[in-house]
Design a protein around this ligand. Structure first.
Ligand SMILES: [Zn+2]
Ligand SMILES: [Zn+2]
Ligand SMILES: [Zn+2]
Length: 274
């Protein structure tokens, strides 16, 4: 089984450059220092390959190839920059504005695919989505430009999409419980500053990791570079990429300072995960 993971956005909630900032990173000419709000796209293997492994059990088992994690506020720009033409399912980590406010942009995928898109989140995130996007879930009489067509599903443990097992990983983002996701030997852990012991157990054997590392200084809801490096070492990942990066971290200088096997992600980074 192999997955193709595209980092659509690697920046913190403000994005980099930040509005009105004169710091060196916000003025950098290195394209790696331009970071949109956090999201990834995962392309699943051909469903025939998955069917051979006996994993075709979910209602969307054979229809799902492209899975989006979070609908970043920059979703439209990210889809154009990376030529994303399908979104077959959406997983939500949590409902902070930087992770969900691109949800309206999925209308275009509804139009092209002529179908609703299944969305998976925990119970709290689903109720937040219904409240934050009440115009979608309690639609007005006049529809105008149309509404996203979504099917909401509550996550309660591992499930499968496109024949691939997806394991929600409970994490803490300050006091807020959020989810990371594991698919095979790959895990995406954005927006967290604590991994419970039971979740380290769920992460055993992960070889390619994307994990939150906001900046060098500690933060109340995000891992620092040092904390994320220690978490990655405990997980034992062979390749680790930091995400949710703020303007404190210049790409080239920070990458040069990190241990072997650890680097900053960047917008447009593509990982082939065996
Ligand atoms: Zn965030
Ligand atoms: Zn700046
Ligand atoms: Zn957040």
């Amino acid at each position: 089984m192999s997955l193709k993971v595209t980092v659509l956005g690697s920046g913190t909630s403000h994005g980099v450059p930040a509005i009105g900032c004169d710091c060196p990173v916000c003025h950098s000419t290195d394209p790696h220092d331009r970071r949109t709000r956090p999201s990834i796209l995962i392309e699943l293997p051909d469903p025939r390959e998955a069917a051979d492994r006996g994993l075709a059990s979910s209602p969307f088992a054979n229809a799902v190839r492209q899975v989006l994690i979070d609908t970043s506020i920059d979703l439209r720009a990210q889809a154009l920059a990376n030529d994303v033409r399908r979104v077959d399912a959406i997983l939500f980590t949590h409902t902070h504005a930087d992770h969900v406010f691109g949800l309206d942009d999925v209308r275009r995928f509804n139009q092209m695919q002529r179908s609703a898109i299944p969305c998976f989140a925990d119970a709290d995130s689903l109720s937040n989505l219904r409240r934050m996007f009440s115009y979608i879930f309690e639609p007005p009489k006049q529809l105008g430009g149309g509404l996203p067509q979504l099917l909401l599903f509550r996550l309660a443990g591992a499930f499968s999409l496109g024949g691939v097992e997806i394991v929600p990983i409970p994490l803490f983002h300050g006091a807020l419980p959020v989810l990371g996701f594991r698919l095979g030997s790959f895990a995406y852990l954005t927006d967290c500053n604590r991994i419970p012991d039971e979740s380290f157990t769920l992460l055993a054997g992960v070889r390619t990791l994307i994990i939150d590392a906001l900046r060098q200084r500690p933060h109340s809801t995000h891992f620092s570079v040092g904390e994320a490096t220690a978490a990655a070492a405990r997980i034992g990942a062979e390749r680790t990429y930091f995400t949710h990066i703020c303007h404190d971290l210049g790409h080239a200088a920070t990458c040069a300072s990190l241990p072997a096997g650890v680097e900053l992600a960047y917008d447009g980074l593509v990982l082939d995960v065996a």
